[in-house]
Design a protein around this ligand. Sequence first.
Ligand code: NAD
Length: 288
Amino acid sequence: MPAQLIDGKAVAALVRAEVSERVRRLVARGRAPGLTVVLAGDDPASATYVRNKEKAARECGIRGETLRFPADVDAATLEAALDRLNADPEVDGILVQLPLPPGISAEDARRLQRRIAPEKDVDGFLPQSQGLLMLGEPGFVPCTPAGCMRLLAHAGISPRGRHAVVIGRSNIVGKPMAQLLLAADATVTICHSRTPDLPAVVRGADIVVAAVGRPELVRGDWLKPGAVVLDVGINRTPEGKLVGDVCFSEACEVAAAVTPVPGGVGPMTIACLLENVCVAAERRLGIA
Ligand code: NAD
């Protein structure tokens, strides 16, 4: 039987409708929540991501603003801008769009990202946010893994007692994803580029999360029949087609449920970012 398609666009629309409702309640109490994105340089992909975030924020009634800086901006200027945003009571959420321009050293980039006030860290990338997640305490959860958990919940799939295999150990997807699954009572294995015999590990999984960045790495014969597959990967083929980290057509033949690319995990990321902005605003008012 072909797999159930987990429709990220539809679930993201539901999350955004919930966000719009929360924004209405916040407006009734004083003001709309505010999200400010710091964008430096002229990377076209970053410009598109930021435009999409601004548009999505506006559609939910969130005040979305982007501070744009030229590619030759220095770290001190960005630091000063972040300090102003941290102190601005109209700004609930701040994010620094990555990558920063090549003129900013890796060390400065790390320092700048950590300059964001923890209560405004709506990306959930700060050590404080990641630490709280690991401790199982309320904080900001990184948006893509949060989106994956929402997709599972919406599809009626509980991770409890299941074996979940997360492929990829990045700080923004793989590691927080594993923490969330663990918190939801899954038995979790994290795989990465040095994992021997990846197909054998994946074959033992009831839930597979692929966050690698390798087009169609995970094949149908790697999957246990009836597995649930969440494909985080976004890859462009030489022909210009967008594909995930999982061979979708093969997965559909074996899995019980699978997310498509595009239209699966992708739309959830921005929706969960908007949700985090609401959480930040509600916490400021002491109502979350
Ligand atoms: P990353 O490059 O930071 O991490 C990739 C991980 O994959 C690493 O931990 C690495 O060890 C592992 N890896 C690499 N090759 C491997 C292999 N052959 N076998 C097993 N593991 C291997 O990437 P990331 O930021 O976590 O992103 C992963 C993918 O998800 C990318 O395609 C990215 O574009 C996509 N992504 C999508 C969204 C979304 O909104 N849908 C958000 C973030 C990232």
